[in-house]
Structures are given as C-alpha cells and as structure tokens.
Design a protein around this ligand. Sequence first.
Ligand code: MRU
Length: 364
Amino acid sequence: MKINGTPYRSVWVNEKDGWSIHIFDQTRLPFSLDILRLTTQQEVAHAIRTMQVRGAPLIGAVAAYGLALALRQDASDAAMEQNATMLAATRPTAVNLHWAIDRMLNSLRPVAPADRVAAAYAEAGRICNEDAAQNEAIGRHGLELIREIAKNRPAGTQINLLTHCNAGWIATVDWGTALAPIYMAHDEGLNVHVWVDETRPRNQGAALTAWELGSHGVPHTVIADNAGGHLMQHGKVDLVIVGTDRVTRTGDVANKIGTYLKALAAQDNKVPFWVALPSTTIDWSVANGVTEIPIEERAASEITHVAGRDENGKQTRVQITPDGSPAANPAFDVTPARLVTGLITERGVCPATEEGLRSLFPEQ
Ligand SMILES: CSC[C@@H](O)[C@@H](O)C(=O)COP(=O)(O)O
C-alpha cells in the first residue's frame, strides 16, 4: 500500500546491505511512522513480543526473516532448530507464526549449511510474495460481498461496515485481510464507511486501523468497543468483517479479544459476520477452537495503563486503575463457527464448516 504516494510493504530487506530487515514500529503509530532495522534473530523476537510487529500473517513473515538472520551467525542444524524454537515461542495464538517457521525448516533442513542463508532469504521472500497475493485475492472475493449489498440499495447509499482490531495491510505483508475488500470497494467508488472498534487494551483499532483507513481516504469512525451492539440494534451496521489469528478445520475463529461479543451481537441483530483469512491461518490439526487454541495472556500493565500522546505531543502511558487492583489480560477469544456467516479466503468464500473449508482446500 502507499504512504504519501510511495508503495510500501510491512516488511522488506534493506536494499543496500541485502540482508538486514525493515519493519514499521507499530507501537509508535499513529503518531510517528518509524522504520526499524532488525539485524539479529533476538531483535526480531523482541519486535514480535513487544508488538512492534503484529498481526498473524506479518509475524509469520518477519519470523521467517528472523531465521534467515540467525543462519547468518550459525547455519548448523543445531543452531537452526534452536532459533526456530525460540522464534516460534514469541507469541502463541497466531498459527501463521508456527506455519512460517515450519515451512522454513522443511525447506532448509535438506540444504547444506553453507547454502542455507541464501536459501532462507529466498524462502522468506516467497512467503512474503505469497502473503501479499493471497490478501489481494481475499480482497477481490470480499469485494463481491460489499458489491452485493450495494446492488440492493439506491445508488450511492452508504454501506456501513464494522471491524475489530487491525487486520489491515500493516498486519500482513500487504493489503490486509479484513481491510482488503474495504480498500477495493472504496477504490471502485462504493460509498463505504467503517465503524472502527478501538480494541482495548492495546487499541489496535483506534491507533492502527484508523490510521490506515485515514491514510487511504476511507471514511471511518472510531467507536468504543462496547458500542457495536447498540449500532447493530439501530440498523447502522450492514456487515461485520474481521481478521483472525487461527481458524480450526471446523470453522471456529480465534481473533482479538472482544471479537466473540461482536459475533454474538451480530447474530442477535441478523448482521452478517464474515471472517477474512489466508489459508496460512487455518490450523487443520484443531477441531475445537474453544478448548484447543492457546490463548495468549499478556501483561497486566496493558490493562492498568493506556498509551497515548499528551498535549505536548509526547507519547506517554497513563495509569487508569487503582494502585494494587489486579488485572487479567487474555489477548484473544474464540468465536464458535455457528456465529460466523462465512469465511473469505484467497480461493473464495465458504461456510465456516469443515465441509466448506475442505471444498476450497481439497488437498488438505
Ligand atoms: C490480518 S491480521 C488478523 C489478526 O491477526 C488480527 O485481527 C489480530 O487479532 C491481531 O492481534 P495482535 O495482538 O494485534 O497481533
């Protein structure tokens, strides 16, 4: 996607040295667009853990480059396996991270250590290109759903979408998952407007989705997380569309905490609830999302404190809870398949069922 007219991806190799990795520091957005240079696997692991990079597909792609950086230091079998395990442990819920590390290992194990660095950069590059292409395809399939709504309305009627967290281009290598159809709808002149859940505790909606949509000129309104149900009751949401960190083969959807409540409200108000994902987000080994998907528990300080900018423009964190009040911070929840209208993948849309997914991915 473009920033001030210049096309960017969310991760790229430094053109001059040919090996260090660049990302945007997402903890600084929306106030500052800082490009970070990562030179070691430890820096990559730190960036993932602290959410300088985040979003399921992007952490997979960045971790793949993290393994390439590790191999520059030591390309032996033992070091490669150890660094892969370390990188895979940085965040537990998004299956794309584990998928990317497994794919790297499967392609690198048969390669002689002397040739592994070049092979690792090539494989990580392919992962990035495929992610960008898959998300673009998701955009085209999701666009059909928005066109369908537009078709049944007087020309130019506003179409109101609601999204949770950030599943935009900076959560992927390019395009985004949930936001890709929205960008395409806006670009072809459909009158889309997006309700953006702020997404406490880390506010990825308020900080990142609002920044992305605003940069692209897409009309949007940031709302408190608890406002979605009310808006749906009053007919102000035509379609909910979210991304996901892991989808079971049966169609259960793990996504940012609060997604489940949106799905319940959508069901009660007969608002379609769609989930956009590349196939790298499907965990074919899991049948029951509620009992089997590991849910990341993050620091209590993300609940007790809020990050923002003060009146002098300085980025700061302020405490919002009494001293000593305990806080719990489960970072994801699971929306059961029965609440999901359908899944949007790079191969098309399907019901959130095992049959639906297998009809699109019969090779699994
Ligand atoms: C295309 S990204 C899909 C998901 O990864 C996204 O919705 C999400 O929940 C991200 O969580 P985060 O904790 O910000 O990494």
